[in-house]
Design a protein around this ligand. Sequence first.
Ligand SMILES: [Zn+2]
Length: 293
Amino acid sequence: MKSRTFAGLALLLAAGLLLAQDDEIRVQSTEVVPGLYMLDGADGKFAGGNMGLLVGADGVVLIDDGLPIISASLLAAIADITGQPVDFLINTHVHGDHTGSNAAMHAHGATIIAHDNIRKRLLEASGDDAVAPGALPQITFSDSTTFHLNGHTAHVFHVQHAHTDGDAVIHFTDINVIHTGDVMFNKLFPFIDLDSGGSVDGFLAAQTRIIAIADEDTIIIPGHGPLATRADLILARDMLADSQARVRKLVDAGMSEDEIVAENPLADYHDVWSWGFITTERMTRSLVQSFKQ
Ligand SMILES: [Zn+2]
């Protein structure tokens, strides 16, 4: 079941997002604050989740590493920014669009750090989803860990049962930047991976926790979508909480999943939030299924 989830996700990504792309996906960088960059696919192409890169004399830290097919482009983009190799790679969660280049980055000298459950799930993956030993995190943590590099403090903390059961959020406390991993999709319906230990309540709780440590000047690197603010995260959290409440009402009234989809309770969120991977229908079905767990 776990491996089917990985395979399913990979297939959806391939079908929905990669089919229209040619082979070459260039990775572009945006300087968020001096020494800290967001990396993503150039020319609107899907390279995986948004990545973070901290550079400086003490060492280079990469947050997430995109799809397997971007490894060479990612290394090239990093080489354009710094002459140093990546020392540490943090995985925000297990999905292949965030860990796909793990083996390549480790082969180039990176030590991989992640929540315990990411290593566990990568070890359990089999068949087409099996990963090379070099792709496994070498250092794992259960609750949190903190980096003190390049004059900055990065607090890496676990949020329970949110997007998956192994999510980490990275808070650069002194420069007021937060990388949320997939606990935030900016102006996109979120994917909540119920089959990999995620939950709607946990997702909402994680977002509320991030809102509490942010202020109006915080720059948020979301897992997917453009750079965000605390106000954007509040909007995303409130949208999801309201969507959950709307669906709960219909479930409580005894309606079936298909009847609820036909009723279309999220219709007025469609224009802003629906996208190729999580359509309004898929978001609705996911919320219905979350009540059956
Ligand atoms: Zn994900």
